[in-house]
Design a protein around this ligand. Structure first.
Ligand SMILES: [Zn+2]
Length: 180
């Protein structure tokens, strides 16, 4: 078992390393039948403070996005609502709610994978984070493992559409057999 404190191990812990952990969280969401979005919150030392996946459906909670669950877990862990200097890695561009939560939490840096062209609030649809009127500004890096993150989401939606088509087909077939 390699010593994780060795320099060679630390060097491997770059943005891609943490984004892979966020992608693993997104896989967990998919297993829960949730839209696969995952997030990891990391301290400047490289320590993982919290990780979470999207759980809106299973928690019956429209605010249970991966980013929000990460912030909640981190706040509880470090006993502070300010999460200064932490970096949030998330597979999908945050929405308006999550972008504002990152500002409220005073997150230092945001790294996201793929853009969200429907609800993205970090430049795609809205541009919340770069508004100069905020009293806190984050460093933003986008496009880390972009293709992997995008593929994870597009495969999920393609599979879901196929399942819906199949269910509709089965329903029609059963209605036909019943003479409806
Ligand atoms: Zn969100």
């Amino acid at each position: 078992m390699p010593d994780p404190s060795l320099p060679s191990q630390i060097l491997k812990r770059d943005d891609s390393y943490y984004m892979r952990l966020a992608i693993a969280q997104a896989h967990r969401a998919e297993e829960l039948n949730e839209v696969p979005v995952g997030a990891v919150l990391v301290a400047p030392s490289g320590e993982i403070i919290a990780c979470a996946c999207n759980e809106t459906i299973s928690r019956h909670d429209p605010t249970a996005h991966a980013e929000i669950l990460c912030l909640r877990a981190a706040g509880a862990r470090i006993n502070n609502y300010r999460l200064l200097d932490l970096t949030l890695y998330v597979t999908l561009e945050p929405c308006v709610m999550c972008a504002m939560a990152l500002i409220h939490a005073r997150i230092g840096r945001l790294v996201f994978g793929t853009c969200d062209l429907k609800t993205g609030a970090c430049g795609s649809v809205f541009d919340i984070l770069s508004d100069p009127r905020h009293n806190h500004h984050l460093t933003v890096t986008q496009g880390v493992l972009k293709e992997e993150c995008a593929k994870q989401l597009s495969s999920f939606f393609a599979r879901r559409r196929a399942e819906i088509r199949k269910a509709r087909g089965l329903k029609k077939a059963s209605e036909g057999a019943a003479g409806v």
